[in-house]
Design a binder for this molecule. Structure first.
Ligand code: HEM
Length: 125
């Protein structure tokens, strides 16, 4: 259920949509990220919205459409260096603020995303 989750506490689907929009606007301008992302981020953002919905404890939309997340495996085609990890997290840190997500949720979310981002690295600098 969605009760007592981060998903619910931050304002559900509407907040996640704002977060994802703010995030990919930054990704699309970040010089270390643009080389590995598609030019059109519409579909990427749509999938991320499904993923973050379930990651924050909301409906399991990503799994319904895409199956098991296997996030590290899905990222193996892209060289993810420590620099790109830092860039991804920097975009996310700003997006969390732009989306109006406040502490303690902002810190809790950022901590979880940092752990996941660390797990996604697959290439040395
Ligand atoms: C997809 C990069 C971390 C969730 C992608 C794609 C790239 C990428 C290049 C493919 C985009 C496309 O072809 O549409 C990165 C980089 C990261 C990172 C550089 C830095 C550490 C993360 C983290 C999460 C995440 C921490 C989750 C919390 C996703 C999702 C997709 C995706 C859900 C779509 C997967 C699908 O096709 O179903 N990422 N990513 N990524 N990433 Fe990341």
């Amino acid at each position: 259920t969605e009760h007592g989750t981060i998903y619910e506490a931050i304002g559900g689907a509407e907040t996640i949509n704002k977060l994802v929009t703010a995030f990919y606007t930054r990704v699309g301008r970040h010089p270390s990220l643009t080389p590995i992302f598609p030019d059109d981020l519409t579909e990427t953002a749509r999938k991320q919205e499904l993923f973050l919905t379930q990651f924050f404890g909301g409906p399991r939309l990503y799994e319904e459409e895409r199956g098991h997340p296997m996030m590290r495996r899905r990222h193996l085609p892209f060289p993810i260096t420590p620099e790109r990890r830092d860039a991804w997290l920097a975009c996310m840190e700003e997006a969390l603020i732009e989306a109006g997500i406040e502490d303690p949720y902002r810190s809790a979310i950022f901590e979880r995303l940092t752990m996941t981002a660390n797990h996604m690295m697959n290439t040395p600098e």
